[in-house]
Design a protein around this ligand. Structure first.
Ligand SMILES: Cc1cc2nc3c(=O)[nH]c(=O)nc-3n(C[C@H](O)[C@H](O)[C@H](O)COP(=O)(O)OP(=O)(O)OC[C@H]3O[C@@H](n4cnc5c(N)ncnc54)[C@H](O)[C@@H]3O)c2cc1C
Length: 553
């Protein structure tokens, strides 16, 4: 049986959070936190602990938690982000802070700290980043020296600095990554430990309701039982082990914040009359500012949900999938919020209408838990290996599987997504033959195309499942089966065109003039079929607009 809550319990949790937000967090209050750059400690503690117990979601039942799965955590994170991404980040930091213990701690450590977080509603912080070690955590300078007595290690003395730590100034318990003689290692440090200082809050672009602070550790002494997992040198492995999971949370943030912005723009445009009619009826408006963003957000949702379900079914180490979900959802959320400002015109540019705040807030999702560029690198490196190992069959095989879905369930975009996957395989093959991935930019651009092509695949599978009436029982259902199918067709066309054109641009562009033959690439990658498949695009965008505005088509 899949891990996680049953549907009713999840709905109860989501309902309680919505109710809390409706009564405690009206726009005016959220704008005030933003304006004053204030961490609402009471609200975050109430949400995580005493009042709502959101932190209980990720704590195993054995330790007094609810034992929520990845799917549940995604839905809760999406909702929190749609309310306020700063407050959501306060909750995320506790998830993140405890993750090294959940995934790498000994049984004793898990029992001790997870029970404590559950019973005492502790806030946590996750201290990995340093002033000179961001994307490259291996460059960390914080050290943990052994303290030995009678030839036995009894503790460690930690020295160093951490940068940009969420909840840094307010957490009760910290997980700190430090270099031991055996390599990078996590330690659990109490807030009041001697020598442990917290910096003043950073003055940030967005998520101003979250607290971000630098940490300084000077001769901070901890007992040996605070070394997570009991063995030195496991820190980066433990950090890697949780990425599949934690990056899904940030993906859910991008999704929630992006939709929050569109959910302001959609009703606004139905009311706003310009040139004799509502903006919502003007194609030049909806098909630029609303529809493509809704489509990209739903594509990232399909990928996110698929990954969450796989994690709940017991698959491990879905790091590349976590990276794809985070990359797509955070970029889509960011673009959607930017478009929402435009969609509200001058009003969008003022604070009162909230979309300006969503835009500033959601930007962080493309930076923390791994930047978009690091995601591109992670995705490309992994799938490049798959391409090599399979002798170029990896994406062709996935395309063939989609073609059989298209045969049994037509009209869900599977045939067009298959064209994208075939084109991707051919583009990667040219890159291999010409040895083009020695150019970092080509590799990263392939990472981008891989992410979109896999999301088109996930969305088409989702649309096919919806058409067969088999969609996930806990799904939120923004679109019905016909709506998801239209969304999928629009996205698959966009992705196929992108893979064909952008792929050709970079693999041809990386070679010298005339080195890569454009016409043979175009033929192999199926450019003609991809152009042909664009037929019907505008009609499908109309369908998506109708679904978003509740119009019958
Ligand atoms: C508000 C906020 C909250 C945060 N919360 C936490 C937290 O709770 N705990 C924690 O440990 N950290 C936290 N972080 C840190 C965050 O994870 C890092 O900022 C992030 O990983 C990027 O590191 P950096 O800032 O050092 O940027 P850098 O790594 O210096 O990157 C700068 C730019 O260079 C690019 N780049 C980096 N390496 C490469 C490469 N090899 N090739 C090509 N391009 C590259 C990046 O994509 C980026 O665009 C937080 C940051 C912020 C701003």
């Amino acid at each position: 049986m899949a891990a996680g809550l049953d549907r009713d319990t999840l709905n109860l949790v989501l309902g309680a959070i919505r109710e809390f937000a409706n009564s405690e967090l009206p726009d005016e209050r959220l704008l005030e936190f933003d304006e004053k750059d204030e961490f609402p400690e009471g609200v975050v503690r109430g949400m995580c602990g005493e009042v709502l117990g959101v932190s209980l979601l990720f704590i195993p039942e054995a330790y007094g938690g609810m034992g929520g799965g990845a799917y549940d955590v995604y839905r809760v994170c999406e909702l929190l982000a749609s309310i306020d991404l700063g407050i959501a980040t306060g909750a995320l930091a506790t998830f993140l802070g405890s993750d090294p213990i959940v995934f790498g701690g000994t049984e004793e450590q898990q029992a001790r700290w997870m029970s404590q977080i559950a019973e005492e509603s502790l806030l946590m912080a996750y201290g990995a980043t340093e002033p000179e070690a961001g994307s490259d955590l291996g460059a960390l300078k914080t050290t943990a020296e052994r303290v030995e007595e009678d030839g036995e290690i009894v503790g460690y003395v930690i020295n160093g600095n951490k940068q940009w730590i969420s909840n840094g100034g307010f957490a009760d318990l910290y997980t700190i990554l430090a270099m031991t003689p055996g390599g990078p290692t996590w330690f659990v440090v109490d807030r009041d430990t001697e020598g442990f200082e917290k910096g003043r809050p950073e003055d940030k672009h967005g998520i101003r309701a979250s607290n971000t602070a630098a940490l300084s550790l000077q001769d901070v002494r901890v007992d040996v039982d605070r070394l997570v997992g009991g063995v030195e040198g496991q820190g980066l492995v433990q950090a890697q082990a949780v990425f599949g999971y934690t990056r899904l949370m940030v993906a859910a943030f991008g999704l929630g914040a992006g939709w929050a912005a569109l959910d302001r723009a959609i009703p606004y445009s139905a009311e706003r009359i310009q040139a004799g009619g509502p903006l919502s009826e003007k194609q030049g408006y909806t098909h630029k500012l609303i529809v493509p963003h809704a489509v990209r957000l739903e594509a990232s949702r399909a990928y996110l949900e698929e990954t969450a379900e796989r994690l709940d079914d017991g698959e491990e180490m879905l790091n590349t999938e976590g990276a794809i979900a985070k990359y797509l959802a955070s970029e889509a959320g960011n673009a959607a919020a930017e478009a929402a400002i435009q969609a509200l015109g001058g009003y969008g540019y003022t604070k009162e209408y909230m979309v300006e705040k969503y835009k500033r807030d959601v930007k962080i999702t493309t930076i923390y838990e791994g930047t978009s560029e690091i995601m591109e690198m992670t995705i490309a490196r992994d799938r490049w290996q798959e391409h090599l190992k399979s002798r170029g069959r990896y994406y062709h095989d996935r395309a063939v599987a989609l073609e059989s879905i298209a045969a049994t369930t037509p009209g869900v975009g599977a045939d067009i997504a298959a064209l994208a996957l075939h084109a991707l395989a051919e583009t990667m093959e040219v890159a291999r033959v010409q040895r083009l991935t020695r150019n970092q930019h080509v590799l990263f651009r392939l990472g981008e195309l891989v992410a979109h092509a896999e999301a088109a695949e996930a969305l088409a599978k989702r649309a096919a499942a919806a058409a067969r009436g088999e969609l996930h029982s806990k799904s939120d259902g923004r679109f019905d089966a016909a709506g998801i199918a239209a969304v999928s067709r629009v996205y698959a066309r966009e992705v196929a065109a992108r893979v064909a054109l952008e792929g050709a641009r970079w693999v041809i562009g990386a070679g010298a003039e005339g080195e890569v033959d454009a016409s043979s690439l175009e033929a192999a990658a199926g450019h003609k079929a991809i152009s042909q498949a664009q037929g019907g695009l505008l009609g499908d965008m109309d369908l998506v607009a109708d679904a978003l505005y509740g119009r019958s088509s």
